[in-house]
Design a protein around this ligand. Structure first.
Ligand code: FE
Ligand code: FE
Ligand code: ZN
Length: 287
């Protein structure tokens, strides 16, 4: 069993800076946004210190890194401007992901706002059909969503309905987020085995490429999507993690997580402090 674990890291100092930050957390993988998650302004690929970053990763045994597309990409939008931007940005994001040498581009499927779930599913699949080409290298990993607002992807069935409508769906993978699946109602605390069996029955385990490992500030089925620090309790003022260290430890050591990138997106304590190093150590089982 080989544990590939890391966190989201900043790419403000290029891929090299990102890899160094990950190494300082004792991570052996990591996830980046190619720029600010809230906007679509991006540095040219040449300025991203990619070759230096790749060399550093090789020397420090860091691999299978993940790229996350920005939140504002909404392939379910009925507004042409937003829908077109989502497709054009996704197209360039695929190029950046390829340049970085990552095999996984995670996207939130989208939100249908005033339309309905079937509209959302069809719109997302159509957008993916427009963007995907036979030459596309990375897997586009649809993330399991908490189901807040009109988010598409709150169940394995919804994700599978999108996948079935995508022609080149050999390029589609899934990113399983522990906070989101818990918030959308899957009992990953007491019955992770069963959740994984359901995933296999509905989508197929071959699609499962990436995990986001997060606690949740809310109870199962809350549909809130508020990440908690791993195993946090009320006493440290960071709010209670309703999933808890025990459950998350068992999840990351489950055979389904073997050799897959496991990425923390847990909250920062303040602008300069995070707990990634400590959380990675806890999940590895180093006391
Ligand atoms: Fe996400
Ligand atoms: Fe996530
Ligand atoms: Zn989330």
């Amino acid at each position: 069993m080989s544990l590939l674990i890391g966190s989201h890291v900043s790419i403000s100092k290029g891929l090299l800076g990102a890899a160094k930050t990950a190494f300082s957390y004792n991570a052996n993988t990591f996830m980046i946004y190619t720029g600010a998650p809230q906007n679509t302004r991006r540095k040219p690929i040449e300025d991203m210190k990619i070759e230096e970053g790749k060399l550093y990763m090789k020397e420090h045994d860091i691999k299978d890194i993940v790229v996350h597309a920005p939140y504002l990409i909404n392939l379910a939008s009925y507004k042409e401007e937003i829908y077109n931007l989502a497709q054009s940005f996704l197209t360039t994001e695929i190029k950046r992901t390829e340049a970085i040498g990552s095999n996984y581009l995670v996207i939130h499927p989208g939100s249908y706002t005033t339309k309905d779930i079937n509209y959302g599913i069809n719109r997302i699949a159509e957008g993916l059909n427009n963007v995907l080409a036979k030459t596309t290298q990375p897997f586009i990993c649809l993330e399991t969503m908490a189901g807040k607002g009109s988010e598409v992807g709150k169940s394995f069935e919804e994700l599978q309905m999108i996948i079935e409508k995508v022609e080149l769906n050999e390029k589609i993978g899934v990113c399983f987020d522990t906070c989101h699946t818990h918030d959308s109602g899957y009992d990953i605390i007491n019955n992770f085995d069963n959740t994984i069996k359901e995933f296999d029955d509905i989508i197929g385990l071959n699609r499962l490429k990436v995990f986001h490992i997060n606690g949740s500030l809310n109870d199962i089925g809350s549909r809130k999507d508020r990440h908690a620090n791993i195993g946090a309790d009320i006493s440290n003022k960071r709010g209670k993690d309703y999933i808890g260290l025990n459950a998350l430890y068992n999840i990351v050591h489950h055979p389904v997580c073997d050799n897959k990138p496991l990425i923390l997106e847990t909250p920062w304590i303040d602008k300069t402090t995070n707990l990634y190093k400590e959380e990675i150590a806890m999940l590895r089982g180093i006391k």
